[in-house]
Ligand binder design. Sequence first.
Ligand code: FES
Length: 153
Amino acid sequence: MPNTPLEKQVPRRSFLDILLGVGVLGAAGSALFPVLRYLKPLPLEAAGGPVKLSDDDLATIESDHFVIVRVGPKRVIVFRDSTEEVHALAAKCTHEGCTVQFSFEETIVWCACHNGRFDIDGRVLSGPPPKPLAEYAVQTSDDGGIIVNMEIA
Ligand code: FES
C-alpha cells in the first residue's frame, strides 16, 4: 500500500516524538504556572484591589448618575445619591445574576430582569433577590477622584 503524502513528510516515529514533546511541555507548564503566579502576583486591580475610576467613568456618573466598572473579575455599580454620597455595590443581582442599575429618581438600585429592588446600601426592598448586594468601601481622593476598594464596607 503506498504511503500518503503526510506519512512521507513526517514519519510515524517523529510524529510520536513531537506528540510526546508537546505533552511534556504542557505538563511542565501546568506545574510551573502556579509557582510563577505566586512569585509574581497579579497587579492589585486585576486581583480586585483598589481601583481609581477613570475620567470617563466620572463623566458617566455625572451624566447617567451611575457607572458599572469591572474590578478584577467582579462588576461593581458606583453611583452618587442625591446627598452627593458615593456608593459602590456588587452589580450582579443576587437572584439570577443580571446587572443592576441605579434609579436616581427613586433612589433605589433596580434589577430589570425580574423587578428586584434594593436600597442604596444594597438591602433587598422587594422582588425575588434572596440576598443583599455586597457593599464596597469607597474613598474620594483630593483631586475629586473615586477609589473603590473591594473590601466589604
Ligand atoms: S435577576 Fe435580578 S431580580 Fe431576577
